[in-house]
Design a protein around this ligand. Structure first.
Ligand code: 13P
Ligand code: ZN
Length: 275
């Protein structure tokens, strides 16, 4: 019998937690990750599920199109730094009930740990991304990406301002997120309100910035989702390095150049963000 820790889903999940920690985006228990398992993932992991699953827990949100699905999730208050050392204590697998309103832990989160406090936001985002990508998206990642957070103190909190700053700071950005990035004003984390606000933005955007808090990124697998967060954070870092010189910007990527990138790479840029 395959050890659950050796399954592809858990190995990929552990690696992504480790990669985010190494980038410096997960101080203390900062950030969280969830993965919507495929049928093959569930079949591979099922032999390792607890004989007696825990009680059902109502979530305060309902994600109908996720009913009966299984998710790998980080634990609330758990440090992503520790996931590689002891996944069963810091990560778990939860099953959603037949209406998508409650979960129960079927593996991991040992010692009475519970899923991330951002589970409502993750699941609402999964629900929307599953819908708008015809089931292709499976990963939702929340990180405290330093340079992105810092930008939320100086840029107007609009999708247009953030998207233009990021597109202009690194040539691959318009290719990686041609629709732009969404921006959520500061809100109390962990509740249904921020879950609704974020998931509405995720209808349009693959990634959403949380003012003075961090970034949410979505994608079909761990590589693409981590790559999206990495690309956005790197672009924000470049923007800061430019600002930090205090020198006037002599040139940037023009709107015509952005359109030329889109044409040659075959992507459709969000015209709302071009002049
Ligand atoms: P959790 O430890 O509950 O996942 O919370 C961390 C966090 O980043 C909240 O936004
Ligand atoms: Zn956070």
């Amino acid at each position: 019998m395959t050890d659950i820790l050796d399954t592809e889903a858990i190995r990929g999940f552990r690696r992504m937690c480790e990669d985010g920690w190494l980038e410096g985006w997960h101080e203390r228990n900062g950030g969280n990750l969830t993965y919507r398992m495929s049928d093959a993932d569930v079949a591979a992991a099922r032999p390792g599920f607890s004989a007696a699953p825990r009680e059902w827990v109502e979530m305060g949100i309902t994600a109908e199109n996720l009913a009966g699905e299984f998710f790998v999730t980080t634990g609330s208050g758990k440090f992503l730094r520790n996931v590689a050392l002891d996944a069963a204590a810091n990560v778990g697998i939860v099953e959603l009930n037949g209406t998508g309103s409650a979960y129960r832990v079927v593996w991991g989160l040992e010692g009475g740990a519970v899923p991330t406090s951002e589970l409502p936001t993750h699941l609402m985002n999964h629900s929307i991304r599953k819908q708008v990508t015809d089931g292709a998206n499976r990963v939702i990642y929340h990180c405290h990406a330093t340079n992105v957070i810092a930008l939320t103190y100086v840029l107007p909190l609009t999708a247009r301002d953030f998207t233009r700053a990021l597109w202009q700071s690194a040539t691959e950005c318009p290719v990686v997120f041609p629709e732009g990035v969404g921006v959520c004003p500061w809100m109390v984390p962990g509740g249904a309100d921020i879950a609704m606000a974020t998931s509405e933005l995720m209808r349009t955007y693959q990634a959403v910035v949380w003012a003075q808090h961090g970034l949410f990124a979505s994608g079909p697998d761990f590589d693409v989702t981590f790559g999206l967060a990495h690309t956005i954070e790197k672009s924000a870092e470049i923007y800061w390095k430019v600002l930090a010189t205090g020198r006037p910007i002599a040139q940037t990527i023009t709107d015509d150049a952005l359109r030329a990138i889109a044409r040659d790479f075959g992507v459709q840029l969000n015209e709302d963000f071009l002049d």
